[in-house]
Design a protein around this ligand. Sequence first.
Ligand code: NAD
Length: 432
Amino acid sequence: MNRSEFIKTSALAGAAIATRPLITYAKQSTYRTALIGSGWWGTNILRCAIQAGQSKVIALCDVDQRQLTKASEEISKLTSDRPKLYRDYRELLAKEKPEVVIVATPDHWHPLIAIAAMEQGAHVYVEKPIGHTVNEGRAMVRTARQTGKVCQVGTHRRVSPHNISGMDFLKSGKAGKIGMVRAFVYYGGGPGQMVADEEAPKELDWNFYCGPAPLVPYNKTIHPRGFRNYLNFANGTLGDWGIHWMDQILWWSEEKYPKKIYSTGGRAIKRDNGDAPDHQVATFEFEDFTAVWEHRNFAGNTAEKTHPDQAVGVYFYGTEGTFHMGWLDGWTFYPASKNKPVIHQDAKLDKPDDQNIAALWTDFLDAINTKRTPICDIEIGHRSTNVSLLGMLSYKLGRSVAWDGEKEQILNDPEANKLLRRDYRGEWKYPV
Ligand SMILES: NC(=O)c1ccc[n+]([C@@H]2O[C@H](COP(=O)([O-])OP(=O)(O)OC[C@H]3O[C@@H](n4cnc5c(N)ncnc54)[C@H](O)[C@@H]3O)[C@@H](O)[C@H]2O)c1
């Protein structure tokens, strides 16, 4: 398939999954687009950007030359654009002045890069969770507002067809009054094993990878993709997976934050290099309901599966029945009454990786073109990220916290408030 056929086919596919019929999309422009963090997910997003046909890919950036080579080889099959390759995002921003920047690095880098990109003049599509500590998110929201740039967060479940229809179902009251929700993910897995630290490969600038986080010895289980299990760079399964479901809970409830949070868990089984909890429970008291998060990365079993391949999603417990919002399995409503039928809707997901990035990218472009707020605006992403980060904060602290969501402060607990930020390393300055 040549490039124009690829774009045409993809545009048709994009139209088929366009999920908000009331939006008429504005006239098209082409944007000078750069990807920063050219790994697994960044390449997925850039693929959708190319398919949408409104991007000239001018630059790719990664601190690992091997990731850059892999991404640029893949991109060259999809477009005749020949992006320049950079190791340092600051140089990229200064020299290329992109109009659109995708930020898909590990979490600890999102805030500095997204803020620098917006300040340089770019609209930003930043991955979830938006940061590593709560106050970084505040700075990102502030920068988006001060610069007037569109900042879309990659919580693509807000545009997935079954999530939209499921929210309509819940919000119309068909599940009755909902008093409790339970979000979860369970994976099987054993203890794993320790892997020795080593010299970083010559193609990788490890000092830059660690950036504002502590400089730890290089270990191949961290990079690529393994950073999720290391609390210096990310916030474990609740930060990685949980934010998608915390976002669904806020979307459904239209509440902005929980009032009280408690989390416990630990590493009962894992014996590998990671330090993220292998099981965790967190409770979030909202104004009108209680939310529970639960994950376990061992003891996979068929009893708890919601789909032959996974156990994931949110259960909404209502007076009319229980509603499961899932992923591969769409959604299912189990009525309280024995006389009523189970209602189900399949998911409609794109390949690879069963997501709906193309629809979210379409919304991002339209928000830029029409100067409106995008569906997953940074403020929404900040609130959803906060729920996960506050769960992790309570886990790290070992006690419950009361949250003033308007002031974004923990009540009567100076020690806990210190964890809303962290010290950055070396030349890197914590954003304010
Ligand atoms: N929305 C979703 O469903 C979804 C799914 C997967 C991943 N993600 C998010 O995407 C992000 C990336 O995850 P991934 O799985 O693609 O990881 P990855 O390890 O495959 O890619 C991250 C890349 O960023 C590079 N990097 C690190 N520091 C950098 C810097 N300062 N400048 C430029 N590049 C830098 C790394 O070398 C690596 O190549 C994470 O925040 C993750 O949570 C989102």
